[in-house]
Design a protein around this ligand. Structure first.
Ligand code: 8YV
Length: 322
């Protein structure tokens, strides 16, 4: 019997696909740093029973229609806004993601970005390397404290909880806003549920962790940045389009807010000439929230396990439910 065909849209480590190769014929796009071209993906989809994909690939109706044998799409991410999940499901195709396994790693990076932004770590390190450190002065590269400040978390899911847990170690007051109350976070972490407006008006650090949906697109806009404190620091580790980048740029330039730490952008990779990248009060990272070698291996393995499970018994480990 011929094995089902699985296409993986980026090069994963060889070890991680061994088990998958037992049950399927596996082909990987060979380039780690270059996304598979759309026409190649459309061609591969024609024979694929499974596709392991990631944020940079658009799995839309056209692609799904080009894939008559497709049973499962496994996304190497917890977010799945790159996939038309309802269309896939309407065709009987299961979509899987990688929840939970990346929670702590993403929360670590969120905190790293928060700390680096408020204490001007990148600017200060560059200052030393550039040979600009000629003398010590009391306010040399003075940043702002983190401890005893107020963190406002927009999107209190698993990653939000893990960020809140880290904030307790800094004796921070924790506010959150979410579609629904997270009573567990309130009880165990002392997080306080507030309206979106109260959160953005009161918090010193506004941390965006909400998924990208029609409701959250441009949630952070000109109006919201105006309502923030002038000392506020905005951190986005979810999806770029949740914040209006032009409005964010204006808010940073005009001093409406103090700084921003961004791991995600409207268009990724962000163009090196983007205005946001000219600002010293912006720290920009290349969407590395869950990128530790340990966690990426686990995410890759989970994608493979989901595909194996669907191909063998139709029962995925971590299906997306919408
Ligand atoms: C992924 C992410 O690594 O999980 C997510 O939703 O944004 C990251 O963890 C990224 O999307 C690459 O696919």
């Amino acid at each position: 019997m011929t094995k089902p065909y699985v296409f993986i849209t980026r090069k994963l480590s060889d070890d991680v696909i061994v088990a998958l190769q037992d049950v399927a014929e596996v082909k990987m796009w060979p380039k780690e740093e270059i996304a598979v071209p759309r026409e190649v993906l459309l061609e591969e989809a024609k024979k694929a029973a499974a596709i392991i994909t990631m944020l940079s690939d658009k799995i839309d109706a056209e692609l799904i229609d080009a894939a008559p044998n497709l049973k499962v799409i496994a996304n190497l991410a917890v977010g799945f806004d790159n996939i038309d999940v309802s269309y896939a499901n309407s065709k009987g195709i299961i979509v899987c993601n990688t929840p939970e396994v990346l929670t702590d790693t993403t929360a670590d990076l969120t905190f790293a970005l928060l700390m680096a932004t408020s204490r001007r770590v990148v600017e200060a390190a560059q200052f030393v390397k550039d040979g600009k450190w000629k003398s010590w002065s009391p306010l040399l590269l003075a940043g702002h404290d983190i401890h005893h400040k107020t963190i406002g978390i927009v999107g209190m899911g698993k990653i939000g909880e893990a960020v809140a847990k880290r904030a307790t170690g800094f004796d921070m007051d924790i506010l959150y806003h979410n579609r629904s109350r997270n009573l567990a976070a309130e009880k165990s972490l002392g997080a306080k549920y507030v309206s979106f407006d109260e959160l953005i008006e009161t918090a010193d650090f506004i941390v965006c962790l909400t998924p990208l949906t029609n409701e959250t697109r441009n949630l952070f806009n000109e109006n919201s940045f105006k309502k923030m404190k002038k000392s506020a620091i905005f951190i986005n580790v979810s999806r770029g389009p949740v914040a209006d980048e032009d409005a964010l740029y204006q808010a940073l330039v005009s001093g409406e807010i103090a700084a921003a730490g961004l791991d995600v952008f409207d268009k990724e990779p962000i163009d090196a000439t983007h205005p946001l990248l000219t600002l010293t009060n912006v720290i920009a990272l290349p969407h590395i929230g869950s990128s530790s070698t340990e966690t990426r291996e686990i995410m890759m393995a989970l994608c493979c396990d989901n595909v194996i499970a669907v191909l063998q018994n139709g029962k995925p480990k971590t299906p997306v439910r919408i």
